[in-house]
Design a protein around this ligand. Structure first.
Ligand code: NIG
Length: 412
């Protein structure tokens, strides 16, 4: 707080607070938001401003009648990686499936080779423009996974790069250790030994380093079995690390139910999730993170059971899943459009999926909605209605972004 009062005051704006209320998107028409330090200090109708609109702030901003939302949160990305897989994309267009390419030694492990070969500086330089694309769209928090190193040193290298991105860019980075993403080639035929390595060497090293905020795994026929996943989650829990899971993407191994049994923050993908698993997620409060970019890019026909999540009260988040194999996605706004068109979410549900519910998926209760005491992560949009954020395809109406109370420039 400055001697003048608040640090910033925005007026002449409409607010999509995303606080559950009787108003769609928790909207406040002709609102105002005051910020002190990195927190929201006051929010409401402009007419209700204490002291009237003349209440002093160090900086008063005229929002020009635009809409303000919470800063967007991308809760599932693999943003740090070496190389690209455009050739694999061409193979898939000719008929090869994602699983066939993986089983033939391509897929994730080809990105592992490129990521191991890259220095931390090279990974950072490659990831930064990708991150910038998300920042231009109002993203203020982003999750970044490891999982293309698959040996202790390379996994730690990836996590360090992710943390460095958060230190250098005006964005909060949340990290996940994904050592059980694929079987590295040197462990071919010895999957159990690799799971041992993950549990007894990698996880303790990751926990000691403090570089990971959670532990993830890929539970799938081309990934790790439910038993192996359970071993990894047990080891993670013994180290005090929270878990989340790539589950039921290509087949139903009851991954989402397993994640729920371990009290996972989220289960992600979920195209093949059964009703039993949906019920288990509802009981454990596990968020359903849907990834329409991968669904689209892999031409998956099976859709996640959105109506069942809705009926059971499972919170639904949406994420980009930015990665070189299943989702070379650099736009979270495009995911809102796809979530609505492919998965039949309402535009409001899609927006909640990249704000309130995405925060929940990351275990963060200090953001995702506009309310007093929450982080001042804000995005200002040139739109006439919040539904426009899911409506435009390939258009970015982001006008301004505030991260932790600090306005940041939008560079196009
Ligand atoms: O979330 N499914 C596993 N992991 C990524 C894909 C990674 C890759 O193909 O490189 C995903 O879709």
């Amino acid at each position: 707080m400055t001697g003048l009062g608040w640090d910033h005051l925005w007026v002449n704006i409409h607010l999509a607070t995303m606080v559950p209320s009787t108003e769609p998107c928790g909207a406040i028409i002709d609102g105002a938001v005051a910020v002190t330090g990195d927190r929201i200090a006051w929010i409401g109708k402009r007419d209700d401003l204490p002291g009237g609109a003349s209440r002093p702030a160090a900086a008063v901003h005229d929002g020009g009648g635009r809409w303000m939302t919470p800063g967007l949160i991308d809760c599932h990305t693999h943003l740090v990686f070496g190389g690209e897989r455009a050739r694999e994309f061409e193979l898939r267009l000719k008929g090869a499936s994602y699983e066939e390419i993986a089983r033939a030694g391509g897929g994730i492990v080809s990105t592992v080779a490129a990521t191991r070969a890259a220095s931390a500086g090279e990974l950072l330089a490659a990831a930064r423009p990708r991150l910038d694309a998300f920042l231009r769209e109002g993203v203020t928090t982003i999750e970044i996974k490891s999982g293309y190193g698959l040996d202790t040193a390379s996994e730690l290298k990836m996590l360090r790069v992710a943390r460095r991105l958060g230190a250098e860019a005006p964005v909060s980075v949340v990290t996940s250790f994904l050592g059980a993403h694929a079987l590295p080639p040197e462990y071919a035929g010895r999957q159990g030994d690799y799971v041992d390595l993950v549990c007894t060497e990698m996880l303790p090293a990751v926990a000691r380093s403090g570089l990971a905020d959670a532990v993830d795994a890929f539970c799938e026929t081309i990934g790790f079995t439910p038993d192996e996943t359970a071993r990894i989650f047990t080891a993670a829990a013994s180290l005090g690390l929270k878990v989340k899971l790539h589950a039921d993407q290509l087949s139903d191994l009851s991954g989402a139910g397993l994640a729920a049994r371990f009290g996972a923050l989220s289960a992600d993908h979920l195209e093949y999730t059964s009703l039993d698993s949906v019920r288990a997620m509802a009981a454990s409060g596990t968020v359903a993170v849907l990834l329409p970019g991968a669904n689209y890019f892999l031409r998956e026909r099976q859709m996640p059971p959105v109506a069942a999540f809705r009926d059971a009260g499972v919170p639904i988040a949406i994420a980009s899943n930015c990665n070189p194999g299943s989702a070379p996605v650099l736009s979270l706004l495009l995911m809102l459009s796809m979530a609505a068109t492919l998965f039949r979410l309402t535009p409001e549900e899609a927006l909640a999926g990249v704000t309130r519910n995405a925060a929940h998926a990351l275990g963060l209760d200090d953001r995702g909605v506009l309310a007093v005491g929450k982080r001042a992560d804000l995005a200002l949009w040139d739109i006439a209605h919040p539904a426009e954020l899911a409506y435009w395809i390939g258009h970015n109406p982001c006008h301004a972004v505030v991260h932790g109370g600090a306005p940041r420039a939008i560079t196009t």
